[in-house]
Write a protein that binds this ligand. Sequence first.
Ligand code: PRP
Length: 179
Amino acid sequence: MAQDFLKQVLYTNEQIVNRCEELGSELSKIYEDKNPLIIGLLKGSVPFLAELIKHITVDMEIDFMDVSSYGDGTTSSGNVKIVKDLDISVTGRDIIIAEDIIDTGRTLKVVKELLLNRGAASVKVVCLLDKKERREALIEADIVGFTIPNEFVIGFGLDYAQKYRNLPYIGVLKEECYK
Ligand code: PRP
């Protein structure tokens, strides 16, 4: 079926699942004999986190946090507000933040610092997509699924105006759809 909003498919569902399998086995080695708490940042990280944990073989827990940055709507401003906080205490825990995408890195920097300030024993970051060339904050993911060019990506949790999160693949949105 023709998708009139789609410029190209960047990663098929099969490629994403295969990569999540690799990331999951890497994490399983790192956290052998530990009980990490995997934190998903709502809402974009949900499909990635759901796929990733299927491939993690060590005991683990999940929790979610919703943070929003108040800016112009398309880029994050670095002013991050907690909309929904965690249910589980992070004190003394080994944390894995699972992110769908790192763009400027501002959201992640604030959240990572917050978790460390709350007494997390360690914080690592795994992201599905890394838009490295857009980075403004001094932060990098520990484990990256795919490094992507500076294009407007949708699908597998990523939205444009809350739409397209349900696509099973990651695609590039046609410019005329958002300009
Ligand atoms: C997106 C994404 C990251 C953040 C990355 O979330 O899921 O959390 O932006 O941007 P940054 O690196 O420039 O800070 P968004 O705030 O759009 O919310 P969503 O997950 O609900 O789509």
